[in-house]
Design a protein around this ligand. Structure first.
Ligand SMILES: CC(C)(COP(=O)(O)OP(=O)(O)OC[C@H]1O[C@@H](n2cnc3c(N)ncnc32)[C@H](O)[C@@H]1OP(=O)(O)O)[C@@H](O)C(=O)NCCC(=O)NCCS
Length: 159
């Protein structure tokens, strides 16, 4: 597996990974509620993903293996991890752990001492195990009942 900066040609495959990850893996969040899924997926188009790749204040990385896209993640220059989705075909193989490490390293390179994110219910345990702490009460996003604001001091110990 290789983690590298996304290029514009990655947009369609990255978009597909993001959409499948939301639809197939985040059931604890959307509970297969069509209205929630529609809102969540609304801006997940190849064009919008291409715009994320092109944002000068954002680093979007992809994890790829033998030309298959396994995961997509991004972090702003202010240290906010705003995308982190793994393909259902690559779950529980350590891909997100490695991608999160790359995102945190990029945030540190950009001068941040802390990363922030808003976790799904699905990923909550994953982030807690990676050293993130909850920074406030759950918030609702896209009509889901629980999204968890979290942060981590970079360089702090985690398993
Ligand atoms: C939760 C999620 C983010 C983890 O990504 P992943 O690539 O599957 O994770 P990794 O393989 O790197 O690590 C997975 C964790 O699952 C554990 N795990 C491994 N195999 C497992 C299994 N068969 N069943 C349950 N957990 C398992 C690992 O022990 C590890 O946990 P730990 O670090 O606390 O020990 C991902 O599976 C997921 O569901 N993503 C959906 C999209 C999402 O919610 N993204 C976050 C947006 S904020």
């Amino acid at each position: 597996m290789e983690i590298r900066a996304a290029i514009p040609e990655d947009a369609a495959a990255a978009c597909q990974v993001i959409r499948r990850s939301i639809t197939e893996l985040c059931v604890a969040d959307h509970r297969n509620d069509e209205a929630i899924l529609m809102r969540w997926l609304d801006n997940k188009t190849p064009e919008v993903v291409a715009s994320w790749i092109g944002r000068p204040d954002n680093s979007l990385f992809v994890a790829v293996e033998a030309n298959r896209m396994l995961a997509v993640g991004s972090v702003t220059d202010a240290g906010e991890i705003n995308v982190n989705y793994v393909s259902p075909d690559a779950r529980f193989r350590g891909v997100s752990r490695a991608l999160l490490g790359a995102l945190e390293a990029r945030a540190a390179e950009r001068g941040n001492t802390r990363c922030t994110l808003t976790s799904t219910e699905t990923a909550r345990r994953f982030y807690l195990a990676r050293g993130y702490v909850e920074t406030g009460p759950p918030v609702g996003i896209f009509g889901t009942s629980s999204a968890y604001p979290m942060s981590k001091i970079l360089g702090s110990a985690c398993p």
